[in-house]
Design a binder for this molecule. Structure first.
Ligand SMILES: C[S@@+](CC[C@H](N)C(=O)[O-])C[C@H]1O[C@@H](n2cnc3c(N)ncnc32)[C@H](O)[C@@H]1O
Ligand SMILES: O=c1cc(-c2ccc(O)c(O)c2)oc2c(O)c(O)ccc12
Length: 238
């Protein structure tokens, strides 16, 4: 009888599964071009007990490219943590650009805030300490906000993503981008459930549901990029 062993150790973050190749990408193409403030913020985040949650710099590089391609000026971020993706967004939008940044924890945001201030981009950020859903619903109460956002980045509670999508699809303009982080969830979405660490199972289930929903949502064009922990880039078409 085939004997399958349970996944005993936490899967490594990084779908590439080759540490050497990932380091090659970082050292050749990412770190030499990473703005100093982002390097500094990544540094202070690395000593945080949950530092591994920070957006991966290679994924950040892709995000910065997307922000430039859509000429993003008005954006939303759900899930700030210490602010790596928030700072890269602030560095990528024009001086009069605005980011509505939502996180339940101001405490972790305040770790990155001094670096954001030093980079001269704090004025672009409206940080809201709250559960994300009520903030998205409140934004929709103002008709002016419908279809007015150029870009949204979602990197928070995975069981909230489907609900966030139903709001963000109305808030983002036609041709605008919604990017969802961790849509491969340490590769567990492709593992048999019995192989997955208990602590990863709930988010694995939510991520599988999200991926199924996005795959058939005709309101968006999607690209499920296997970069970082999986990023699904959605462009609103209807
Ligand atoms: C993976 S971290 C975000 C990483 C961040 N994008 C970065 O670049 O470092 C996830 C964040 O989502 C926040 N979060 C979790 N559930 C949330 C919710 N329901 N509403 C708002 N923020 C939430 C957590 O407090 C945490 O800071
Ligand atoms: O709640 C968790 C969240 C995350 C996490 C990691 C990287 C991200 O980019 C992200 O958005 C979330 O990782 C966990 C983990 O690795 C565990 O073992 C148990 C719980 C969690």
């Amino acid at each position: 009888m085939e004997h399958t062993t349970k996944e005993e150790t936490h899967p490594t973050k990084g779908i590439l599964q080759s540490e050497e190749l990932y380091q090659y990408i970082l050292e050749t193409s990412v770190y030499p071009r990473e703005p100093e403030p982002l390097k500094e913020l990544r540094g202070v985040t690395s000593s945080h007990p949950w530092g591994f949650m920070g957006t991966a710099p290679d994924a950040g590089q892709l995000m910065a490219m997307l922000l430039k391609l859509v000429k993003a000026k008005k954006t939303i971020e759900v899930g700030v943590f210490t602010g790596y993706s928030l700072l890269l967004t602030a560095l990528s939008i024009p001086d009069d650009g605005k980011i509505t940044a939502i996180d339940v924890s101001r405490k972790s945001y305040e770790i990155g805030l001094p670096i954001i201030k030093k980079a001269g981009v704090e004025h672009k950020i409206d940080f809201i300490e709250s559960q994300a859903l009520p903030v998205l619903d409140k934004l929709l109460e103002d008709n002016e906000n419908e279809g007015s956002f150029d870009f949204a980045f979602v990197d928070a509670d995975k069981d909230g993503y489907v609900s966030y999508h139903e709001r963000l699809i109305k808030l983002v303009k036609i041709g605008g981008i919604i990017a969802y982080d961790n849509t491969l969830w340490f590769g567990t979405v492709a593992m048999p459930e019995k192989m997955v660490l208990e602590e990863l199972k709930p988010a694995r289930e939510s991520t599988i549901e999200l991926n199924k929903m996005l795959a058939v949502d005709s309101r968006v064009m999607i690209s499920h990029a296997s970069i970082g922990d999986g990023i699904t880039i959605c462009m609103r078409v209807h």
